[in-house]
Write a protein that binds this ligand. Sequence first.
Ligand code: IPM
Ligand code: MG
Length: 367
Amino acid sequence: MKKIAVIKGDGIGPEIVAEAQKVLAALTAKTGVQFEYTDVLMGGVAIDATGVPLPDETVEICKNSDAVLLGAVGGPKWDTLPGHLRPEAGLLGIRKALGLFANLRPAIIHEALIDASTLKADVVRGVDIMAVRELTGGVYFGERGRGYEASADVVGEKFEFAFDTDKYNTMEVERIARCAFDIAMRRGKKLCSVDKANVLENSRLWRETVNKLASEYPEVELSHMYVDNAAMQLIRYPLQFDVIVTSNLFGDILSDEASMLTGSIGMLPSASLGKPGEPGMFEPIHGSAPDIAGKNLANPLGTILSVAMMLRYSLGLEAEAQMIEAGVTKVLADGYRTKDILTASAVGGEIKIVGTVEMGTLVAERV
Ligand code: IPM
Ligand code: MG
């Protein structure tokens, strides 16, 4: 029995999680692997019910599970709350509470969706990138604040200022770099570390630390790239990348960019991992999309593929993970599309537009 804490969240969260659970039920029918779910609150729904985005009970239950499945959190209703009470604070809080320092965001292009990308087919065909984002450090967690200060440019007046601190220590850099090197060893043995070492001191320490670790991985071809160049290279020639490792902020930005290579952010899963043996958290990389919530329009495939990552990385069920991934590939090859991944044609036939619920059922049938 695998114990899964389920955070359905806000917006489209509940709809897409339901489809992922439908696919897991099909897996149970097929393989006998049982899942026990405990629903817990986080994000906007938690604020409405308890006054805080991350209740203590949620953290407790997540810590005592084998894995956490998350839909998405946030929405306009909670946008005006102070920072520490916003739904996003719940997300950052649970990452920190569970020690989820490594965020794996694969960007894989499905051949059936090659036309859905905004880039030319020749540029994106064969793209298979694993972005490894540091998730519990850097500027998202550094000291921050506001105050008033005088300016040398305007005499006699004070101006409000705000600051956030981007700080990393060598332990934090080393453990995320090690994770990325290990992943590179299991893939194409190429690792690109992205930083801004021409300007930022913390990037210089990042680069030194990654370089030191490289001697332990002589088979991995390591390169370094400045983040501005990386943003450009991802669009120019994405096939040059295998594994990318980078900081919290740069990883947030570059992983959204990488996702668009694949046609739709709605397709992409993610895994957030901490120490081996401790529960990981699995979620699609897209947000809560309040504009399409409750309309049976959301693409559940990012969440379904996140469940595959959960089977692989937290539950040790690699064969089962592959069954789900193969089911998704089959559904796409069969011509089924949610609106966000509409393409002009299917590989060998007609395109059929389906909603969230139908898409979940179609994958479940193919598991
Ligand atoms: C993500 C999201 C979050 C982040 C937000 C919602 C706090 O953009 O998971 O990429 O920045 O990490
Ligand atoms: Mg993001």
